[in-house]
Ligand binder design. Sequence first.
Ligand code: DGT
Ligand code: CA
Ligand code: CA
Ligand code: ZN
Length: 589
Amino acid sequence: MTNHEIAAAFNEVADLLEFQGANPFRVRAYRNGAKRIGDLNESLAAIAESSDRSLKEIPGIGDDLAQKITTLLHTGTLPMLAELRREIPPGVLLLARVPGVGPKKAMILQRELGVNSLSDLREACQGQRVRRLKGFGAKTEEGIIKGLSIAETAGARIRWADAEVIVQNLIEYMREAPGVRQLEVAGSYRRGRDTVGDLDLLADADDGGPAMDRFAAWMHVQEVVSRGDTKMTVRLVSGMQVDLRVVLSESFGAALQYFTGSKEHNVVVRARAKQQGLKVNEWGVFRAASADGHGNEETAVSPLEQYVAGRTEHEVYAALGLPWFPPELREAREEFEWAAAGRLPELVSLEDIRGDLHMHTTASDGQHSIEEMVAAARARGRQYIAITDHSKRVFMARGLDTQRLRLQWLEVDRVNRQVEDVEVLKGVECDILEKGGMDLPDDVLAEADWVIASVHYGQSQSRAQITARVLQALENPHVDMLAHPTGRLINRRDPYDIDMDAVLAAAARHGKSLELNANPARLDLHEVHCAAARRLGIPIVINTDAHSAAGMDVMKYGVLQARRGGLTAAHVLNALPWAEFRQRMRRRP
Ligand code: DGT
Ligand code: CA
Ligand code: CA
Ligand code: ZN
């Protein structure tokens, strides 16, 4: 049992307890314990086994949690969790995830109205029964109806970063399955899509039985949906479906290629094979038996088709005269043209990133000071950062007016003089006002090293209005970059209605950069627009928009999205080393 899995168990206990209306301190104890476990560098199993150490030396772990960790380590289950799961129908937990509901309201809905599923909830809203509940009201009811349609159109797709947590646990757990030689998660997860529908796990083994037995016993499995000799499907407690397929080593590469997809990419691959008298499927690449019957005498007993390749993906693609494609590119967009020209791009990687040009501090809605953000940036190998707190319009986040901003910039200069290895830029995330225009005067923006323009208000304006506001901001000579250009929040808020062609053209014309906000809830710019920006020569800046030191860890999600847009380091402005980035800056500090 890994730290991840134990933390997940505690988080689930916290969710379920909270759902039952348990003492908030008790709920917090489990959540806090899960968080502390998540931050640990060593495995709980090692600490528990060591004779001179105790689990209780971990901050946030008292007698009770220590005992539960021991139970989990020894038995792989937690009786208390099993009981909670029995008491709370999974349908009701789903309710809590509807935007506008949350655990407290879900609990009331279930208790007072007997609502147990999303469709029950919709009916209750339509019958206007929800608004009559204490503490709900008509506005809440309307919010829930909106939340329901978001939950339904989002379907069961989850954000890539959330899938990553499941995948890490799953791989760690399944690696110990007897007889399994290789293990990979294929599908949209491997392609790095912003959301993932289901997980496609592949195992290389002679006999699928033991691997399937272990899989069925995983603590996060709610139900085994189906099980055959080589394929098994389960549903996890979270609602996510996972397919496990077991193949032989000769087919592992072919299966990995096949189940990584996308379907569209594979259509082209199969057509290509056909042209060459080959056939490709999840078992391998095969040469079709000659139609004229010239085959050898053994044809009657040996397979009609001759196996050509299938052990590795490289081998499969090579057999078809194709290069190995990074999974992020397998969407049948430009990859086959690039391959034909013999130049697949060398996609940007996390190691290429040198700067981070969007982050917040305690001056507005961040949790850490300038110095703390500098230390966090240093720990992540960044050479330069921009401190970009909100401007005054964002009063909820205590946005800065001219006076406070100038004071902060003095502070930035002071810190910058003190640190040798990280360059700290005076920046601001300046709001684009609802009526148009920037939230701070031009002469103030002119003093900054780095100016971000952002839309936070008036997102439901008409396409013409929002587009005009953004174009005006891009024309402002002091603006360097447009942040989170479409405002989408994955599964929660659609992008605002904006003419992206016009925005891209304006950015190109005025030499402005566009942000790829790496927050896994945003991933905005979308990959398709990243590709468009690349073709127009618009620099992309991958930023964390960190509101805390740990917030800087999201960079990898932005990089993944950039890779799906076919970006190389040369397309990413903050992949430039400091000396070169400095040359590119409008104002040179
Ligand atoms: P998802 O799960 O909706 O996020 O997207 P994918 O791409 O993971 O799709 P999924 O799970 O249905 O299938 C994984 C890959 O397996 C898919 O990209 C291509 C391949 N595949 C699955 N079913 C079929 C099929 O019926 N025909 C073909 N040609 N390929 C399939
Ligand atoms: Ca899938
Ligand atoms: Ca699947
Ligand atoms: Zn921001």
